[in-house]
Design a protein around this ligand. Structure first.
Ligand code: GLY
Length: 367
């Protein structure tokens, strides 16, 4: 239990981003009492990402990560439905499919696929029929009909915060962890800028900042992004699905916003937008879909992916029996939120360890 003056909680989630909130909700749904402590919720990667649900378009090779990602993609519809039923708020989940056009004919026009996850090669004429307005430079492309998107930045994060509040989860913003006090195998308390906090169990879900809290190899990879808006004199949405190009993705929302992303820069926690970064995004986007050159720009932003040396998340048990890890999701935090929440909450509440978790354990870096 928390022994500070705040609401009693038996679990503290460190991190108020998409992973922290999703895990907190799953824990509370299983009967736990949860408090989320966040350094600065506004800097969470959940407010930065474009929201692609793209295990196939990201070309994750057959691996435990792909298994995790496909499971999470299939949870998205029921999970967002549950959040929406609870809050009455739309999450912007849209299983619109992802089209991945290419400028050079590939060596082969077959990708690993299953009946549930087809990967369909389209020749240039089929591609342009499916998505008019693409540059004539494209020679064909992949169609991933099961991939999709969610409007994380404007809708999903807001829904998760409302869901948390409705479930009685306390969210404390501005709580900076200064030290984790431990015995040999347990966390005793976390010392923060707002005093000591004690609980019976802790979850570390602090995204790119996780490596500042515990000695685990999680570091930031900056992404710069921007958005455009379909001009008001265009009555029909010109983009029918996400476009995943070379060095660019173009994510059209249903209300006419178009998100462009993202750079991937290993520059520490330096947030600045740069002419080089934004110029690259704009050049690649207008090369792929030239009509975008005339669309009004709405907003620029940047943020930090939480990355590990092998670019896989760190999930599950830790060296401390009352600390569980849910961090390091790199490019796939939005996609992996529902499966992370389910597996971590099952582990913490029921001691049920999904076999997939063993591939993402923290001690793979310790040799
Ligand atoms: N998920 C895409 C990215 O991290 O840029």
């Amino acid at each position: 239990m928390i022994t500070s003056s705040h609401q009693k909680s038996d679990i503290i989630v460190i991190g108020g981003g998409i992973i922290g909130l999703s895990v907190a909700i799953a824990l509370q749904w299983r009967g736990a009492t949860v408090t989320v402590c966040s350094r600065n919720t506004q800097e969470a990667a959940g407010y930065v990402a474009a929201g692609m649900l793209a295990p196939q378009a990201e070309r994750i090779p057959p691996s435990p990560l792909l298994d995790l990602a496909l499971r999470s993609r299939s949870l998205y519809q029921p999970w967002t439905r549950q959040i929406q039923d609870l809050t009455g708020l739309d999450t912007g989940y849209w299983p619109c499919g992802i089209l991945a056009p290419v400028y050079q004919y590939p060596h082969q026009t077959q990708l690993p696929q299953t009946p549930e996850s087809p990967a369909i090669w389209l020749e240039a004429d089929q591609l342009i029929t499916q998505q008019p307005g693409l540059t004539s430079e494209v020679v064909g492309g992949w169609w991933f009909p099961q991939d999709g998107q969610v409007d994380n930045r404007r809708l999903l994060m807001r829904s998760l915060i409302h869901a948390s509040q409705q479930l009685g989860i306390q969210i404390r913003d501005g709580v900076e962890v200064q030290e984790i006090a431990t015995t040999t195998n347990k966390i005793k308390q976390i010392n923060t800028n707002q005093g000591a906090i004690v609980a019976s169990h802790y979850i570390l879900a602090a995204g790119a900042w996780s490596g500042q809290i515990l000695p685990i190899p999680v570091y930031p990879i900056k992404g710069q992004m921007l958005s455009l808006r379909v001009p008001s004199d265009i009555s029909q949405l010109p983009l029918k699905q996400v476009l995943f190009g070379s060095g660019i993705y173009i994510v059209p929302r249903r209300d006419g916003l178009i998100v462009l992303g993202a750079t991937a820069e290993n520059v520490g926690f330096h947030k600045s937008l740069t002419p080089k970064g934004i110029n690259t995004l704009l050049s690649e986007a207008t090369r792929l879909y030239p009509g975008l050159a005339e669309f009004p720009i709405e907003e620029f932003w940047s943020g930090f992916r939480p990355t590990t040396p092998d670019e896989l998340p760190i999930l599950g048990r830790s060296p401390f029996e009352n600390l569980t890890l849910a961090t390091g999701h790199h490019r796939n935090g939005i996609l992996l939120a529902p499966i992370t929440a389910e597996l971590i909450a099952d582990l913490v509440c029921y001691d049920k360890s999904d076999p997939l978790l063993e591939y993402f354990c923290w001690d793979r870096f310790s040799s």
